[in-house]
Design a protein around this ligand. Structure first.
Ligand SMILES: Cc1cc2nc3c(=O)[nH]c(=O)nc-3n(C[C@H](O)[C@H](O)[C@H](O)COP(=O)(O)OP(=O)(O)OC[C@H]3O[C@@H](n4cnc5c(N)ncnc54)[C@H](O)[C@@H]3O)c2cc1C
Length: 440
């Protein structure tokens, strides 16, 4: 474990750095970057993961600095946004609608994108090794590999089963389509089990948004079908909006309710998948049969972060002024892998963390004092085509070694249908503009 020392500039003296990033660099526009090859001595910022956090860091860094060399390592040539992916399940959008490529990052922002998987960090040599054999030297390394889905924390569950008959669908892609198709093909009056995980996990309202969308689907195609939410928690965010919506739309709380939600304390926590009997077992020993079973397993920091000693236990600790790892120098961790509580794990937060990191790196490269961050989360969610909601939070820097201080604003229950619809449209527009913000 290395200590942090932001005043030492590893290999490049402050004078060299200022010369490199001098007046010409400061006034050098993005257009300049597009006509110029990066010098061999330009600082090299390597980013592991080309999802929301990584892609945002690459783009925002380029907007701040035309001179640095930026490389993103990402195995896939396309990225599918998770925000909006619950809407794929009822067929309101397609996976293609949520798909983006790295073309704009490469051509417009002059980011070198290598489609490979990062495997190991050599902290002494400041190098990252890639699966196909390349070795990249970095000046600063930003790590945003998303979460590890802990399938094995649920007895009998595995990635193979999630890729097959028991989709978790907590990365947008094939599993999302598989879940949709299974629900469409479910027998009349069948049961969909949704098992949300314990905290922390990405997008806390998403399992309940999913339940609402599946209920809307069933209401149309399979009105005697049921949704059983077996929860590893006793409470969930935005329940002040979801539950009244379920009461009004799906008879929640009555004998004929389409949705049943079982809290952990009432025996909701799923601990085992009995795949051969298409059933789950809860912590209190009860067995529940499901025609469709959607277990969302608990999460931890991404495998790359875990394997490279960036996590304490489950998540990666950082210094919140600049999101530098507290375990290894010149490495920054952002996105779902961070031990960031009270910040929720959302794409919007990941993109704001990216802004903080690249501002700090750029300030440091220019010999300026690193500022104090201010992070915003504007989380939108929907309960249906006619009901949107938002949860807004600001997070302020509270000093070295301290967690960020939060100030929450949760929208109250909106009873006016016209306003509910406006909120839904805001949520849809947010998704579109957010995709553009990160990848265009
Ligand atoms: C159903 C659902 C709905 C959601 N809705 C919203 C929403 O409405 N609003 C919101 O703000 N957030 C939402 N989220 C959360 C959001 O998607 C995540 O918080 C966000 O994607 C986190 O960004 P990240 O960069 O940490 O991870 P990701 O976006 O998952 O990116 C990680 C990337 O790293 C790559 N990677 C992994 N390992 C390696 C390696 N070894 N080498 C190279 N690359 C690697 C992966 O291929 C991936 O592309 C939702 C999530 C879900 C599941």
């Amino acid at each position: 474990m290395n200590n942090q020392n932001h005043n030492k500039k590893d290999g490049l003296s402050r004078r060299q750095m200022l010369k490199l990033l001098g007046a010409s660099a400061l006034t050098y526009g993005l257009l300049g970057a597009s006509t110029k090859a990066f010098s061999n001595t330009a600082p090299h910022i390597v980013i592991v993961g080309g999802g929301i956090g990584g892609a945002a860091a690459a783009k925002y860094l380029r907007l701040l600095n035309a001179e640095v060399k930026i490389t993103v390592i990402e195995p896939n040539s396309q990225y599918i946004f998770c925000p909006g992916s619950n809407e794929v399940i009822p067929g309101w959008v397609t996976l293609e609608d949520l798909m983006v490529t790295y073309t704009t990052l490469k051509t417009r922002y002059k980011v070198n994108v290598i489609h490979d998987k990062a495997t190991t960090i050599d902290y002494d040599k400041k190098q990252v090794k890639l699966e196909k054999g390349d070795v990249l030297s970095y000046h600063k390394l930003i790590v945003s590999p998303g979460p590890t889905h802990g399938y094995h924390a649920i007895e009998g569950f595995s990635k193979e089963l999630a890729d097959g008959d028991f989709p978790a669908a907590y990365d947008a892609g094939r599993q999302t389509m598989n879940l949709r198709n299974q629900i469409l093909a479910m027998k009349k009056g069948g049961t969909v089990i949704i098992a949300p995980p314990e905290n922390d996990y990405r997008c806390p309202p998403a399992p309940y948004e999913r339940a609402s969308f599946v209920a809307a689907m069933l209401k149309e195609n399979n009105p005697t079908g049921k949704i059983l939410i077996l929860d590893a928690k006793d409470e969930f965010v935005l329940s002040n909006n979801y539950i009244p919506y379920w009461e009004k739309t799906f008879g929640y709380g009555t004998d004929n309710s389409m949705i049943e939600w079982v809290q952990k304390k009432k025996g909701g926590e799923v601990v085992k998948l009995d795949a051969s009997n298409h059933a789950v077992v809860t912590a209190d020993g009860q067995t529940h049969k499901g025609d469709v079973i959607n277990i969302i397993p608990p999460e931890a920091a991404g495998q790359f972060a875990l394997k490279n000693d960036l996590a304490d236990d489950r998540w990666c600790p950082v210094e919140f002024q600049d999101f530098s790892s507290t375990r290894h120098k010149d490495v920054y961790v952002i996105g779902d892998s961070v031990d960031g509580s009270p910040m929720p794990k959302t794409g919007y937060i990941a993109s704001n963390q990216a802004r903080v990191v690249v501002q700090a790196i750029n300030d440091e490269l220019h010999g300026r004092e690193v500022g104090t961050p201010f992070i915003v989360n504007d989380c939108v969610a929907m309960a249906g085509h006619d009901y949107g909601m938002a949860l807004s939070t600001t997070f302020r820097y509270a000093g070295k070694g301290e967690r960020l201080k939060d100030l929450y604003y949760v929208q109250g229950l909106e009873t006016n249908p016209a306003k509910q619809l406006i909120r839904q449209q805001v949520a849809e527009n947010w998704q579109r503009t957010f995709r553009k913000d990160i990848f265009e």
